[in-house]
Design a protein around this ligand. Structure first.
Ligand SMILES: [Zn+2]
Ligand SMILES: [Zn+2]
Length: 375
Protein backbone atom coordinates (compact mmCIF):
# COMPACT_ATOMS: atom_id res chain seq x y z
CA UNK A 1 0.00 0.00 0.00
CA UNK A 2 1.58 3.33 -1.00
CA UNK A 3 2.08 5.75 1.78
CA UNK A 4 1.75 9.44 1.05
CA UNK A 5 4.87 11.13 2.29
CA UNK A 6 5.00 14.87 2.71
CA UNK A 7 7.42 15.89 0.05
CA UNK A 8 10.49 14.88 -1.90
CA UNK A 9 12.95 13.78 0.71
CA UNK A 10 16.41 12.47 0.04
CA UNK A 11 17.05 8.87 0.81
CA UNK A 12 19.17 7.94 3.76
CA UNK A 13 22.93 7.47 3.21
CA UNK A 14 22.76 3.75 3.67
CA UNK A 15 19.98 3.35 1.15
CA UNK A 16 20.61 2.65 -2.53
CA UNK A 17 21.09 5.76 -4.70
CA UNK A 18 17.94 7.57 -5.66
CA UNK A 19 17.13 9.07 -8.97
CA UNK A 20 16.05 12.58 -8.21
CA UNK A 21 12.85 14.26 -9.31
CA UNK A 22 10.83 11.30 -10.39
CA UNK A 23 7.21 12.23 -11.08
CA UNK A 24 5.96 10.68 -7.89
CA UNK A 25 8.53 11.15 -5.20
CA UNK A 26 6.42 9.69 -2.46
CA UNK A 27 6.43 6.37 -4.21
CA UNK A 28 10.21 6.52 -4.35
CA UNK A 29 10.50 6.89 -0.60
CA UNK A 30 7.99 4.14 -0.18
CA UNK A 31 10.01 1.80 -2.30
CA UNK A 32 13.35 2.58 -0.82
CA UNK A 33 12.57 3.14 2.85
CA UNK A 34 13.08 0.50 5.49
CA UNK A 35 9.90 -0.87 6.98
CA UNK A 36 9.67 -1.41 10.71
CA UNK A 37 6.89 -3.21 12.49
CA UNK A 38 6.45 -1.90 15.99
CA UNK A 39 4.73 -3.70 18.81
CA UNK A 40 2.06 -1.85 20.71
CA UNK A 41 1.03 -2.75 24.23
CA UNK A 42 -0.23 -1.33 27.49
CA UNK A 43 2.08 -0.88 30.44
CA UNK A 44 -0.69 -2.62 32.37
CA UNK A 45 -3.54 -4.38 30.58
CA UNK A 46 -6.86 -2.56 31.07
CA UNK A 47 -9.26 -4.25 33.53
CA UNK A 48 -11.59 -6.85 32.04
CA UNK A 49 -14.52 -5.54 34.05
CA UNK A 50 -15.22 -1.97 34.99
CA UNK A 51 -18.16 -0.25 36.65
CA UNK A 52 -20.07 2.25 34.52
CA UNK A 53 -19.12 5.85 35.14
CA UNK A 54 -15.60 4.87 36.13
CA UNK A 55 -12.49 5.65 34.18
CA UNK A 56 -9.41 3.71 33.15
CA UNK A 57 -5.93 5.13 33.53
CA UNK A 58 -3.73 3.67 30.82
CA UNK A 59 -0.24 4.04 29.43
CA UNK A 60 0.66 2.88 25.93
CA UNK A 61 4.04 1.46 25.04
CA UNK A 62 5.56 1.20 21.55
CA UNK A 63 8.70 -0.79 20.85
CA UNK A 64 10.44 -0.98 17.50
CA UNK A 65 12.70 -4.04 17.04
CA UNK A 66 15.33 -1.66 15.66
CA UNK A 67 15.17 0.39 18.83
CA UNK A 68 13.84 3.55 17.19
CA UNK A 69 13.10 6.65 19.21
CA UNK A 70 9.51 7.48 18.28
CA UNK A 71 8.92 10.31 20.74
CA UNK A 72 6.53 12.88 19.33
CA UNK A 73 4.39 10.41 17.35
CA UNK A 74 0.78 10.31 18.51
CA UNK A 75 -1.44 7.30 19.13
CA UNK A 76 -5.18 6.87 19.45
CA UNK A 77 -7.80 4.50 20.80
CA UNK A 78 -10.71 3.59 18.56
CA UNK A 79 -14.00 2.19 19.75
CA UNK A 80 -16.71 0.42 17.78
CA UNK A 81 -18.20 3.81 16.92
CA UNK A 82 -15.14 5.91 16.26
CA UNK A 83 -12.26 7.54 18.02
CA UNK A 84 -12.40 7.31 21.81
CA UNK A 85 -9.29 9.37 22.42
CA UNK A 86 -6.46 10.58 20.22
CA UNK A 87 -3.42 12.80 20.43
CA UNK A 88 -1.71 10.34 22.80
CA UNK A 89 1.83 11.49 22.29
CA UNK A 90 4.83 9.29 22.91
CA UNK A 91 6.79 11.34 25.41
CA UNK A 92 9.49 9.02 26.66
CA UNK A 93 12.05 6.70 25.08
CA UNK A 94 14.13 4.60 27.41
CA UNK A 95 16.43 3.12 24.79
CA UNK A 96 14.12 0.18 24.13
CA UNK A 97 10.51 1.30 24.32
CA UNK A 98 8.54 4.49 23.85
CA UNK A 99 5.78 5.43 26.26
CA UNK A 100 2.89 7.84 26.41
CA UNK A 101 2.16 9.69 29.62
CA UNK A 102 -0.59 7.98 31.65
CA UNK A 103 -3.95 9.08 30.23
CA UNK A 104 -7.51 8.76 31.46
CA UNK A 105 -10.38 7.28 29.46
CA UNK A 106 -13.99 7.46 30.59
CA UNK A 107 -15.68 4.09 30.06
CA UNK A 108 -19.01 4.07 28.16
CA UNK A 109 -22.16 4.36 30.26
CA UNK A 110 -23.94 1.57 28.44
CA UNK A 111 -23.54 -1.84 29.99
CA UNK A 112 -22.03 -4.74 28.12
CA UNK A 113 -18.96 -5.96 26.33
CA UNK A 114 -16.72 -3.54 24.43
CA UNK A 115 -13.73 -4.14 22.20
CA UNK A 116 -11.52 -1.15 21.61
CA UNK A 117 -8.30 -0.89 19.63
CA UNK A 118 -5.19 1.08 20.45
CA UNK A 119 -3.70 2.37 17.20
CA UNK A 120 -0.19 3.35 16.29
CA UNK A 121 -0.78 5.17 12.95
CA UNK A 122 1.73 4.66 10.19
CA UNK A 123 4.78 6.88 10.61
CA UNK A 124 6.44 7.44 7.24
CA UNK A 125 9.69 9.28 7.39
CA UNK A 126 12.42 9.92 4.86
CA UNK A 127 14.03 6.55 5.10
CA UNK A 128 12.02 4.51 7.57
CA UNK A 129 8.38 3.65 7.51
CA UNK A 130 6.90 2.46 10.82
CA UNK A 131 3.87 0.50 9.82
CA UNK A 132 0.51 0.91 11.47
CA UNK A 133 0.15 -1.31 14.49
CA UNK A 134 -2.93 -2.06 16.57
CA UNK A 135 -3.70 -3.70 19.87
CA UNK A 136 -7.27 -4.75 20.60
CA UNK A 137 -8.59 -5.12 24.11
CA UNK A 138 -11.98 -6.01 25.55
CA UNK A 139 -13.78 -5.14 28.73
CA UNK A 140 -17.25 -5.41 30.19
CA UNK A 141 -19.03 -2.38 31.61
CA UNK A 142 -20.85 -3.42 34.76
CA UNK A 143 -23.69 -1.71 36.64
CA UNK A 144 -23.07 -0.23 40.08
CA UNK A 145 -23.01 -2.97 42.69
CA UNK A 146 -25.85 -2.83 45.20
CA UNK A 147 -26.79 -4.66 48.37
CA UNK A 148 -30.01 -5.06 50.27
CA UNK A 149 -31.14 -5.82 53.79
CA UNK A 150 -34.51 -6.54 55.38
CA UNK A 151 -35.12 -6.03 59.08
CA UNK A 152 -37.89 -5.50 61.66
CA UNK A 153 -39.55 -8.77 60.67
CA UNK A 154 -41.79 -10.01 63.48
CA UNK A 155 -42.30 -13.72 63.99
CA UNK A 156 -44.64 -15.37 64.46
CA UNK A 157 -47.15 -13.31 62.58
CA UNK A 158 -50.84 -14.02 62.99
CA UNK A 159 -51.97 -15.95 59.91
CA UNK A 160 -53.77 -13.69 57.44
CA UNK A 161 -52.89 -10.46 59.26
CA UNK A 162 -51.04 -7.44 57.86
CA UNK A 163 -47.47 -6.93 58.92
CA UNK A 164 -44.61 -4.63 58.06
CA UNK A 165 -40.96 -5.05 57.21
CA UNK A 166 -38.20 -2.52 56.62
CA UNK A 167 -36.19 -2.81 53.42
CA UNK A 168 -32.93 -0.98 52.74
CA UNK A 169 -30.70 -0.76 49.65
CA UNK A 170 -27.21 0.60 49.31
CA UNK A 171 -25.10 1.41 46.23
CA UNK A 172 -21.44 0.40 46.42
CA UNK A 173 -20.59 3.78 44.86
CA UNK A 174 -22.76 5.72 47.32
CA UNK A 175 -25.45 6.86 44.87
CA UNK A 176 -28.65 8.43 46.05
CA UNK A 177 -31.27 5.69 45.64
CA UNK A 178 -34.29 7.74 46.77
CA UNK A 179 -37.49 6.86 44.85
CA UNK A 180 -36.02 3.66 43.40
CA UNK A 181 -38.40 0.72 43.33
CA UNK A 182 -38.31 -2.31 45.57
CA UNK A 183 -40.64 -5.29 45.64
CA UNK A 184 -41.35 -8.38 47.71
CA UNK A 185 -42.06 -11.85 46.33
CA UNK A 186 -43.65 -14.70 48.26
CA UNK A 187 -42.53 -18.31 48.46
CA UNK A 188 -44.13 -19.00 45.07
CA UNK A 189 -42.52 -16.01 43.37
CA UNK A 190 -45.67 -13.87 43.31
CA UNK A 191 -45.18 -10.15 43.81
CA UNK A 192 -46.90 -9.33 47.10
CA UNK A 193 -45.74 -5.77 47.78
CA UNK A 194 -43.99 -2.92 46.03
CA UNK A 195 -42.75 0.46 47.08
CA UNK A 196 -40.13 3.12 46.64
CA UNK A 197 -37.13 3.87 48.77
CA UNK A 198 -37.47 7.05 50.80
CA UNK A 199 -35.15 10.01 50.50
CA UNK A 200 -33.75 9.86 54.04
CA UNK A 201 -30.66 7.87 54.89
CA UNK A 202 -31.04 5.19 57.54
CA UNK A 203 -28.21 6.76 59.50
CA UNK A 204 -25.59 9.39 58.83
CA UNK A 205 -22.88 6.73 58.82
CA UNK A 206 -24.47 4.29 56.33
CA UNK A 207 -25.82 5.49 53.00
CA UNK A 208 -28.66 3.02 53.07
CA UNK A 209 -31.97 4.12 51.54
CA UNK A 210 -34.98 2.41 53.04
CA UNK A 211 -38.71 2.11 53.25
CA UNK A 212 -41.34 0.25 55.22
CA UNK A 213 -43.46 -2.18 53.19
CA UNK A 214 -46.85 -3.51 54.23
CA UNK A 215 -47.44 -7.20 53.65
CA UNK A 216 -50.20 -9.67 54.36
CA UNK A 217 -49.25 -12.93 56.05
CA UNK A 218 -50.39 -16.21 54.48
CA UNK A 219 -53.71 -17.60 55.76
CA UNK A 220 -52.14 -20.93 56.65
CA UNK A 221 -49.76 -21.52 59.53
CA UNK A 222 -46.18 -22.54 58.93
CA UNK A 223 -42.76 -21.18 58.06
CA UNK A 224 -42.21 -19.00 55.02
CA UNK A 225 -39.24 -17.53 53.21
CA UNK A 226 -39.95 -14.51 51.05
CA UNK A 227 -37.59 -12.33 49.09
CA UNK A 228 -37.28 -8.57 48.79
CA UNK A 229 -35.78 -7.47 45.47
CA UNK A 230 -34.24 -4.36 44.09
CA UNK A 231 -34.59 -4.69 40.27
CA UNK A 232 -32.28 -2.98 37.81
CA UNK A 233 -33.74 0.54 37.49
CA UNK A 234 -35.08 1.37 34.02
CA UNK A 235 -33.28 4.67 33.72
CA UNK A 236 -30.58 6.75 35.34
CA UNK A 237 -27.27 5.30 36.38
CA UNK A 238 -27.32 1.55 35.79
CA UNK A 239 -27.54 -0.27 39.11
CA UNK A 240 -27.27 -3.99 39.55
CA UNK A 241 -30.21 -5.85 40.95
CA UNK A 242 -30.01 -7.39 44.40
CA UNK A 243 -32.24 -9.22 46.82
CA UNK A 244 -32.60 -10.37 50.38
CA UNK A 245 -34.50 -13.39 51.68
CA UNK A 246 -36.26 -13.24 55.01
CA UNK A 247 -38.18 -15.84 56.96
CA UNK A 248 -41.07 -15.79 59.37
CA UNK A 249 -43.64 -18.14 60.71
CA UNK A 250 -47.37 -17.68 60.99
CA UNK A 251 -49.54 -18.76 63.89
CA UNK A 252 -53.22 -19.03 64.71
CA UNK A 253 -54.80 -15.92 66.22
CA UNK A 254 -54.42 -15.87 69.99
CA UNK A 255 -57.26 -17.40 71.99
CA UNK A 256 -55.80 -16.73 75.42
CA UNK A 257 -53.74 -14.10 77.11
CA UNK A 258 -50.98 -15.43 79.31
CA UNK A 259 -49.72 -13.06 82.00
CA UNK A 260 -46.38 -14.04 83.43
CA UNK A 261 -45.48 -12.26 86.68
CA UNK A 262 -41.91 -12.63 87.88
CA UNK A 263 -40.88 -11.63 91.41
CA UNK A 264 -37.83 -11.95 93.63
CA UNK A 265 -38.65 -14.68 96.17
CA UNK A 266 -36.58 -13.07 98.92
CA UNK A 267 -37.60 -9.40 98.55
CA UNK A 268 -40.95 -9.81 96.71
CA UNK A 269 -39.74 -7.08 94.32
CA UNK A 270 -40.88 -7.42 90.69
CA UNK A 271 -38.14 -8.48 88.28
CA UNK A 272 -38.26 -6.31 85.16
CA UNK A 273 -36.62 -6.87 81.78
CA UNK A 274 -36.83 -10.64 82.13
CA UNK A 275 -37.30 -12.39 78.79
CA UNK A 276 -40.27 -14.73 78.70
CA UNK A 277 -40.49 -17.18 75.81
CA UNK A 278 -43.22 -19.66 74.98
CA UNK A 279 -42.58 -22.51 72.61
CA UNK A 280 -43.38 -23.87 70.11
CA UNK A 281 -43.51 -20.93 67.70
CA UNK A 282 -41.31 -18.77 69.91
CA UNK A 283 -43.68 -16.23 71.39
CA UNK A 284 -41.52 -13.84 73.34
CA UNK A 285 -41.78 -10.69 75.44
CA UNK A 286 -39.98 -8.88 78.26
CA UNK A 287 -41.42 -8.14 81.69
CA UNK A 288 -42.17 -4.52 82.51
CA UNK A 289 -41.34 -2.65 85.73
CA UNK A 290 -44.15 -4.53 87.49
CA UNK A 291 -42.42 -7.76 86.48
CA UNK A 292 -45.23 -8.63 84.06
CA UNK A 293 -45.26 -9.82 80.48
CA UNK A 294 -48.46 -10.51 78.51
CA UNK A 295 -48.40 -12.85 75.55
CA UNK A 296 -51.36 -13.81 73.38
CA UNK A 297 -51.28 -17.43 72.20
CA UNK A 298 -53.62 -19.98 70.68
CA UNK A 299 -54.84 -22.73 73.03
CA UNK A 300 -52.27 -25.41 73.48
CA UNK A 301 -49.38 -26.74 75.50
CA UNK A 302 -46.43 -24.42 75.95
CA UNK A 303 -43.02 -24.62 77.47
CA UNK A 304 -42.48 -21.31 79.25
CA UNK A 305 -38.93 -20.22 80.00
CA UNK A 306 -37.66 -17.11 81.73
CA UNK A 307 -34.22 -15.63 81.53
CA UNK A 308 -33.26 -12.67 83.71
CA UNK A 309 -29.96 -11.20 84.80
CA UNK A 310 -28.59 -7.84 85.87
CA UNK A 311 -25.16 -6.49 86.77
CA UNK A 312 -24.33 -6.93 90.46
CA UNK A 313 -23.27 -3.87 92.46
CA UNK A 314 -19.72 -3.77 93.82
CA UNK A 315 -18.80 -4.66 97.37
CA UNK A 316 -21.38 -7.39 98.11
CA UNK A 317 -20.17 -10.42 100.07
CA UNK A 318 -21.19 -13.71 98.56
CA UNK A 319 -20.05 -17.32 98.35
CA UNK A 320 -19.19 -19.24 95.22
CA UNK A 321 -19.14 -22.86 96.29
CA UNK A 322 -17.45 -22.63 99.69
CA UNK A 323 -15.26 -19.69 98.70
CA UNK A 324 -16.21 -16.30 100.18
CA UNK A 325 -15.92 -13.48 97.66
CA UNK A 326 -16.71 -9.80 97.29
CA UNK A 327 -18.19 -8.41 94.07
CA UNK A 328 -15.83 -6.22 92.09
CA UNK A 329 -18.26 -4.96 89.43
CA UNK A 330 -17.83 -7.74 86.86
CA UNK A 331 -20.42 -10.09 88.31
CA UNK A 332 -24.01 -10.70 87.28
CA UNK A 333 -27.02 -11.57 89.37
CA UNK A 334 -28.94 -14.29 87.56
CA UNK A 335 -32.51 -15.10 88.58
CA UNK A 336 -33.25 -18.82 88.76
CA UNK A 337 -35.71 -21.08 90.57
CA UNK A 338 -34.49 -21.87 94.13
CA UNK A 339 -33.91 -25.51 93.14
CA UNK A 340 -31.51 -24.37 90.38
CA UNK A 341 -29.12 -22.53 92.74
CA UNK A 342 -26.33 -24.93 91.87
CA UNK A 343 -26.84 -25.24 88.13
CA UNK A 344 -28.07 -21.65 87.51
CA UNK A 345 -30.44 -23.14 84.93
CA UNK A 346 -33.27 -20.82 83.83
CA UNK A 347 -36.85 -21.34 84.90
CA UNK A 348 -38.61 -23.69 82.54
CA UNK A 349 -42.02 -25.32 82.93
CA UNK A 350 -44.80 -26.65 80.73
CA UNK A 351 -48.38 -25.35 80.90
CA UNK A 352 -51.57 -26.30 79.18
CA UNK A 353 -53.16 -22.98 78.20
CA UNK A 354 -56.93 -23.19 77.55
CA UNK A 355 -58.05 -19.79 78.83
CA UNK A 356 -56.56 -16.53 80.04
CA UNK A 357 -53.94 -17.55 82.55
CA UNK A 358 -51.66 -15.87 85.03
CA UNK A 359 -48.41 -17.58 85.88
CA UNK A 360 -46.65 -16.40 89.04
CA UNK A 361 -42.95 -17.22 89.16
CA UNK A 362 -40.68 -16.66 92.16
CA UNK A 363 -36.99 -16.62 91.43
CA UNK A 364 -33.90 -16.10 93.55
CA UNK A 365 -30.97 -13.92 92.57
CA UNK A 366 -27.62 -15.68 92.56
CA UNK A 367 -24.42 -13.72 92.09
CA UNK A 368 -22.40 -15.35 89.37
CA UNK A 369 -18.68 -14.58 89.26
CA UNK A 370 -17.15 -13.46 85.99
CA UNK A 371 -16.39 -16.38 83.70
CA UNK A 372 -12.61 -16.07 83.85
CA UNK A 373 -12.47 -16.72 87.63
CA UNK A 374 -15.38 -19.10 88.10
CA UNK A 375 -12.96 -21.87 89.06
ZN1 LIG B 1 12.02 1.52 13.91
ZN1 LIG C 1 -24.67 3.82 42.23
Amino acid sequence: MPVGNANGQKAHNDSPPVVERLPDEADVDDVLAERHNVSLSFMEEPPGEIVTGNEMVLTLCVACPSGCDLVGHTLAIRGQEGVVIDGLELVEFDGTANKTAPFTVQVPEGLGEYTWTAVFPVLAEEDIIHEESTHAFSFTVQPHPTSMAVWDVDSPIIAGRDFEITVGVKCGLHCNLANQKVAVYDQDGNAVAAGELGDALYSSSIDLYWTVLKLKAPEKTGSFTWEAKFPRPDDGIPHDECGFSFSFSTAQPPDCEVTVRVIDKETSDPIGNAQVTMRPNLYTDFTDEQGEARIGVPRGEYKVSISAARPAPRGIDYKWGEVPRVTRGHEYIVYVPPENKETLANFEATYQIDEDTTIEVELVGIIEPPEEDTL
